[in-house]
Design a binder for this molecule. Structure first.
Ligand SMILES: Nc1nc2c(ncn2[C@@H]2O[C@H](COP(=O)(O)OP(=O)(O)OP(=O)(O)O)[C@@H](O)[C@H]2O)c(=O)[nH]1
Length: 320
């Protein structure tokens, strides 16, 4: 009776091993396949008889052999489970993905657990690989990450100009302020404002005004260095931080921008619009005690440019 029961139990277990929705593989120390369940046959197209004819790696050249060997060998040695997730390695066996919902991935994402299998004497003679299809989870996670990245970008970007918005600027300038202060570095804060922009709106309308703002932003983006950062600071006002740059060297960008903008004709419907900009610059100095001070200094220089007739740059000079 006991024997019969054990036999039944063995058959049930084998049935479950064959039909379970996870890959089960048993390997010996030479990586010969001893067990290859239904999941593995169905997805690889190779029957147990075929895979048992030679070591695992000869059937699957795409397997990361060196990595997998050392992983499996450490399980034999340490007698501990090992685990790998799709985030480290999208898949172990390159199986096609047939899932209807997540059909956007051509392959099956997999997690894998390797467990040591001991003989009756306690010696680890084999290991079992358990392969889980985690395509749905992986795709959902990646879509969520993508959506979050898009949201983060949207929350930091000004829609009209695609420059950083004021909120993002505040964070960036804060970090830059800390950096230059701590490491006694140089950096220049540049503030720009379109001259008589109200006239553009009044003469050509708000849509044309928007186009002017967008075009000025494009010219800012195209002329600044990758290591600098910029933002739409307010309506027709922009800020640029020129890292590791003195105010005297920032003149090069200031004047280039001033000239490029002055010489560009912005067309909107039948209107040819030309604008100029005024610029104020403030270099970080030992007296720049806060970001607010730095901003005020740049603003003060901008005000001077406006006062002196616009379409020019000024550099903030601290009082002695
Ligand atoms: N079209 C458009 N106009 C805006 C936007 N944001 C702000 N403005 C307008 O920009 C104008 C800014 O004017 P001011 O900066 O006060 O002055 P200004 O005419 O530029 O003159 P100066 O700065 O002294 O040279 C205002 O008329 C605002 O209504 C925007 O997103 N689109």
């Amino acid at each position: 009776m006991d024997n019969q029961h054990s036999l039944n139990e063995f058959h049930w277990i084998m049935d479950m091993v064959q039909t379970i929705d996870a890959g089960l593989v048993v390997l010996d120390k030479d990586f010969n396949v001893q067990l290859w369940n239904g999941f593995m046959s169905n997805h690889s197209g190779l029957s147990p008889r075929t895979v048992q004819s030679a070591p695992l790696f000869s059937h699957f050249p795409e397997l990361p052999e060196t990595w997998l060997r050392s992983k499996i060998e450490s399980v034999f040695l340490l007698k501990n489970n090992a685990f790998t997730s799709w985030e480290q390695r999208p898949y172990i066996f390159r199986f096609n993905n047939y899932r209807p919902v997540t059909g956007i991935s051509e392959f099956m994402y997999q997690n894998m657990t390797i467990i040591p299998l001991a003989s009756l004497t306690g010696e680890v003679t084999h290991v079992s690989l358990i392969i889980y299809d985690v395509t749905d989870i992986a795709i959902n996670r990646m879509q969520l990450d993508k959506a979050n990245a898009k949201l983060a970008h949207l929350s930091q970007t000004d829609t009209l100009t695609q420059l950083n918005n004021r909120h993002r600027w505040n964070n960036l300038i804060d970090s830059e302020f800390k950096r230059v202060k701590r490491y006694e570095q140089i950096s220049t804060f540049m503030m720009l404002d379109i001259d008589h922009f109200k006239n553009v709106n009044d003469t050509y309308g708000h849509v044309a005004g928007d186009k002017v703002i967008a075009e000025v932003s494009r010219m800012i983006r195209e002329n600044m260095r990758e290591t600098d950062f910029s933002a739409r600071y307010g309506g027709d006002e922009f800020a640029i931080c020129l890292t590791n740059t003195t105010a005297n060297n920032a003149i090069i960008l200031a004047d280039r921008l001033r000239q490029v903008i002055e010489n560009t004709v912005i067309t909107d419907d039948d209107n040819n619009i030309k604008v100029t900009i005024s610029i104020g610059m403030a270099e970080f100095t030992a007296n720049t005690d806060t970001v607010d001070t730095w901003t005020k200094n740049a603003d003060c220089a901008l005000y001077k440019s406006k006062e002196n007739g616009r379409n020019q740059y000024s550099i903030f000079k601290p009082r002695r």
